[in-house]
Write a protein that binds this ligand. Structure first.
Ligand code: PGA
Length: 244
């Protein structure tokens, strides 16, 4: 269960969040919990979760180790800050910041090189869904990005299916729609990396997941977890998702 804070919260607000959140998930051993705050809160978040099972992730990673890349943060920097996970290719990065399948692949390789677990996002826009092109789009995002990983590299990644039309809109995909898309993605994994990889890869659903819809989504065997934006900002609401 992963929370994506996007561009919300200061370090002080981060500390306040974990003070409330930690006791609520102390006994939650059924899943891994990851929170991805903005870069500027990574160290305060890592400090705040010490001694708890909560992992901290970043929301992006540079493809280079270091260099003249103004505004970018590299794998070694994230690792040194204590991050263990990183979201890559979120639709907001694709939509507003020119992220492509090719750069998603480069960032994923960098995360793996520096020991971070990549959470790689894919998902169609509304016009693609309405035009009946969801499957085609998911296949092309897979083929243009993570399909180029080696089997060993692929075994270390997590995939997040995030239909763009469901993100921040309050329009959750029905559990059936989400499961269908997960099946398409898992089918691609099976074709490229084999049955064992398809059975074991974790595919998270993201897009307006809330305390009151998480149970029905998680009831789909295809859905292995969720990537939560808005509802991860409040400790009680995110705890209710974790403890669905
Ligand atoms: P949302 O965002 O839960 O606010 O829809 C999900 C995401 O973008 O990861």
């Amino acid at each position: 269960m992963a929370g994506n804070w996007k561009m919300y919260k200061t370090p002080a607000e981060t500390v306040a969040f974990f003070e409330k959140f930690r006791p609520l998930v102390e006994k939650s051993e059924h899943c891994e919990i990851v929170i991805c705050p903005p870069f500027t809160n990574l160290t305060s978040a890592v400090e705040a979760v010490k001694g708890s099972p909560i992992h901290i992730g970043a929301q992006n990673i540079a493809w280079a180790k270091e260099g003249a890349f103004t505004g970018e943060i590299s794998g070694p920097m994230l690792h040194a800050a204590g991050a263990t996970h990183v979201i890559i290719g979120h639709s907001e990065r694709r939509q507003y910041f020119g992220e492509t399948d090719a750069t998603v692949l480069k960032r994923t390789l960098s995360a793996l090189e520096f020991g971070l677990t990549p959470i790689v996002c894919v998902g169609e826009r509304l016009e693609e869904r309405e035009g009946g092109r969801t499957e085609e789009l998911l296949k092309s995002q897979f083929a243009g990005g993570i399909a180029s990983l080696s089997e060993q590299q692929f075994a270390k990644i997590v995939i997040a299916y995030e239909p763009v039309w469901a993100i921040g809109t309050g329009k959750t995909a029905t559990p059936e729609i989400a499961a269908d898309a997960h099946r398409v993605i898992r089918g691609q994994v099976r074709e490229k990396f084999g049955k064992a990889a398809a059975d074991s890869v974790r595919i998270l659903y993201g897009g307006s997941v809330k305390g009151d819809n998480v149970k029905s989504l998680m009831a789909q065997p295809e859905i292995d977890g969720s990537l939560v934006g808005g509802a991860s900002l409040d400790p009680v609401s995110f705890a209710s998702i974790v403890n669905f």
